[in-house]
Design a protein around this ligand. Structure first.
Ligand code: ASP
Length: 438
């Protein structure tokens, strides 16, 4: 059994956190590959090292002095090095190099990547294992996307040679031979790539929450944790804003059937959430998760005999495509169709969309409404349970909530309902109380 363990920024924000991480790794022999993030926030209001580095880069690129900023960043690492009592180890040389490069040839990605690079060096020293610079084993292509073929080849050969290793998260080597980072939160992606190339059995992703919760704790009091969630359910929920993991982290492990276990560094005894391809584990509830987002707009289009006009839908959608707007949902009637879009993508282009629909599809009328919230009720269990929709609608009716839209895919994995923005929180609480019982 082999595992990759990825630790997020808050798990490595201080020497004290590092010690917890060390204990976690040592508690299980199979935790062989470690992917660290940069030191994150130690308390609310603190600044992540990645943000300090990005600020330093901005200062350097304006030609201003960065000595004070370098000092503050170095202090974050020195606290960790001293707290861990690492003998014969210092990052002085690395900081000199960073400072020189920032003064001569400042690069944003290089600056941002140093957070993980330096933390990785400390981690390797602390654990007494090999340090593998991600720029030697993770590669991007011309388009700036992961070159998975080359990465898989080089990284798997390298990992096969070492029993244990630390690979810093968040960056690799660009096609131009310079360091390049993933988007923010990208250490999750590195963890997934290392899991795939290292042929491991489990990808443990350690953070500061005990996995996914059935609903948002800012809306529902003390929501239950999710024990098992499938990749498809996760996709539905993260689309609706429930995010713990970087979106691109799923693909590499999903492809080779490696489960992800989300764990809490501050509560290592909690089992966390398992993200799996498929599972026969008994579910506590029919519903796996409830998530949602506010601020959608609806564009309601009607035209007599629409149902028999071939190509009408395509013409309407073309109006959105021309304006570079992606639509989220499209419930339709016989002579009507409704397009649901994100308000922030749509509002500043609304008149241009309306005129394009008139030009392309010649409808009888178009009505626009703002202030719609969408709530997604997701669960693989809904397929085999009858009455889920009935219970859901009664839950909302009992609270006097008017449902403005309903969308259920034939996969029966989710039901999406549209309600007024003002009813959003109340709807989620009502649905939670109906489906999730103690
Ligand atoms: N340190 C990077 C960030 O703050 C990457 C990561 O933590 O995953 O986004």
């Amino acid at each position: 059994m082999k595992k990759v363990v990825k630790f997020g920024g808050s798990s490595l924000a201080s020497a004290e956190q590092f010690k917890k991480v060390g204990a976690i790794i040592k508690a299980d022999e199979s935790r062989v590959y470690v992917v660290p993030s940069a030191p994150g926030k130690r308390f609310s209001g603190d600044t992540k090292v990645t943000d300090m580095l990005l600020h330093m880069y901005a200062t350097a690129s304006e030609g201003k002095d960065i000595d004070e900023e370098i000092k503050a960043i170095k202090a974050r690492y020195d606290e960790i090095i001293t707290g861990l009592e690492l003998k014969d180890f210092s990052l002085d040389k690395d900081f000199e190099e960073i400072a020189n490069l920032m003064k001569t040839e400042p690069s944003k990605d290089f600056a941002a990547s140093r957070g993980e690079y330096l933390n990785g060096k400390i981690m390797a020293k602390y654990l007494g294992v090999e340090f593998i610079d991600a720029a030697e084993v993770i590669f991007f292509n011309d388009e700036g996307k992961l070159n998975d073929y080359k990465t898989e080849k080089v990284l798997s050969e390298r990992l096969a040679q070492c029993e244990r290793a630390v690979v810093p998260g968040f960056y690799g080597l660009g096609k131009d031979g310079k360091v390049k980072t993933f988007s923010r939160g990208g250490s999750d992606v590195t963890g997934s790539i290392v899991a795939q190339a290292g042929r491991v059995d489990v990808y443990e992703n350690w953070t500061d929450v005990s996995g996914f919760l059935v609903s948002d704790p800012r809306i529902v009091d003390n929501p239950k944790p999710i024990k098992y969630i499938t990749y498809r359910e996760l996709r539905e929920l993260s689309y609706m804003g429930a995010s713990v993991l970087h979106e691109d982290a799923i693909f590499p492990v999903r492809r080779c059937g490696i489960p992800i276990n989300i764990r809490n560094t501050n509560r290592p005894e909690d089992p966390g959430t398992w993200i799996v391809e498929s599972t026969a584990q008994k579910q506590d509830y029919v519903v796996t998760g409830i998530a949602g987002k506010k601020d959608f707009c609806t564009i309601f289009i009607s035209k007599a005999m629409m149902n028999s006009e071939i190509g009408f839908g395509r013409k309407v959608l073309q109006a959105f495509e021309e304006n570079d707007i992606s639509f989220e949902h499209m419930p339709s009637g016989i002579d009507t169709m409704t397009i649901v879009v994100h308000a922030d993508e749509f509002l500043h282009k609304e008149q241009s969309v309306v005129s394009a629909i008139h030009r392309l599809a010649a409808p009888d009328s178009i009505e626009i409404e703002a202030g719609l919230a969408l709530v997604a009720v997701v669960g693989r269990g809904m397929k085999s349970a009858s009455g889920t929709a009935g219970k859901l609608f009664s839950a909302l009716a009992n609270e006097g909530i008017n449902i403005k839209m309903i969308d259920q895919g034939s996969s029966e994995l989710n039901i999406i309902i549209g309600v007024k923005n003002d009813d959003f929180e109340k709807s989620i609480r009502a649905i939670y109380a109906t489906f999730i019982k103690d």
